[in-house]
Design a protein around this ligand. Structure first.
Ligand code: 5RP
Length: 234
C-alpha cells in the first residue's frame, strides 16, 4: 500500500468509533480529510444524529460540504472523542503536529475531548521526535523578539544546529493560521526532552502554542502494508 492508501485505510478503520448521538472532533490534514469523508458516508448510511466540531476552517468546509452537522466548540464544548493525524508520533504517543498549520485549534479541540485517536500512515511512527520541524504558533506582535527568545531558550536546552524558519506561503508572504498568527518552524533534529522543551517554549511570551502534543493521544490507528494496526497507549 502507498502512504496515501495507508492514510485512507487508517481513517476508514477509525470511523468504527463514530456512533449515534456522539460529539466528535475533526482533525485537519490529508488523513483527517479521509476520516471526514468516511464519517460523512457512515452518518448518511446509518442516518446517525452525530455532531462534529472542526479544528480548522478547511475541515469545517469539507464536513459541511459533505452534509455533516458541524458546530462550533463554543456550542459543543465537550466532545466524546477527536480523530486527527500527526506529523510524527513516538512509542509514548507524544506527537508533533501542525505541519498543516492547525495545531492551536487542534490542541484546543483535542483537549476538549474525552479521548483522542491518532490516525496515520506507518512513516509517522518514529523512535525519536524531531526530524519533522516543530511548528510554533506565535503572536503577530513582536515576531522578531519572540524568535530571539526562542533561540535563547533552545541554546539553554543544548539544542545546537537548529534551523528556524518563519513559515511562508508559495508567494513568499508569511503563512497565517486560521487564528491569525504566524508560525515559526524549528528543525531540531532530535528532541530528547519533549516535556521540558514544551514547558520552556510555553514560558516564552509571544508563543501561542507549540506543535508538541504530549499525553493527549490515547489510541493510534496506524496504516501499514498489511493492514491497520490499533495500538493503545500504555
Ligand atoms: C495539521 C496537522 C496534521 O494532522 C498533520 O500535519 C498530518 O497531516 P497529514 O495527515 O496530511 O499527513 O497537524 O496541522
Amino acid at each position: 500500500m502507498t502512504q496515501d492508501e495507508q492514510k485512507k485505510a487508517a481513517a476508514e478503520y477509525a470511523v468504527k468509533v463514530v456512533e449515534n448521538d456522539m460529539r466528535v472532533g475533526l482533525g485537519s490534514g490529508s488523513t483527517a480529510n479521509y476520516f471526514i469523508k468516511a464519517a460523512a458516508e457512515k452518518v448518511k448510511r446509518e442516518n446517525l444524529n452525530t455532531v462534529f466540531v472542526a479544528s480548522s476552517n478547511a475541515s469545517e468546509a469539507l464536513g459541511k460540504s459533505l452534509g455533516l452537522n458541524v458546530k462550533s466548540l463554543d456550542e459543543v464544548p465537550l466532545l466524546d472523542f477527536t480523530v486527527d493525524g500527526a506529523d510524527e508520533i513516538d512509542p509514548q504517543f507524544r506527537m508533533i503536529k501542525g505541519g498543516g498549520g492547525a495545531q492551536l485549534r487542534e490542541k484546543i479541540v483535542a483537549s476538549s475531548s474525552r479521548f483522542v485517536v491518532c490516525i496515520a500512515d506507518h512513516t509517522k511512527l518514529v523512535q525519536q521526535l524531531g526530524a519533522f520541524p516543530l511548528p510554533i504558533e506565535v503572536s503577530r506582535f513582536g515576531v522578531n523578539a519572540t524568535t530571539w527568545k526562542l533561540e535563547r531558550t533552545l541554546a539553554k536546552l543544548n539544542y545546537t544546529d537548529v534551523q528556524m524558519r518563519l513559515r511562508a506561503k508559495a508567494d513568499g508572504t508569511p503563512y497565517i493560521t486560521d487564528s491569525g498568527n504566524p508560525i515559526i518552524d524549528l528543525k531540531l533534529g532530535k528532541i530528547t526532552d519533549a516535556e521540558r522543551l514544551d514547558a520552556e517554549l510555553h514560558a516564552i511570551p509571544g508563543v501561542t502554542e507549540t506543535g508538541l502534543f504530549i499525553g493527549i493521544c490515547g489510541v493510534l490507528m496506524l496504516g501499514t502494508d498489511i493492514g491497520v494496526e490499533e495500538i493503545t497507549r500504555k
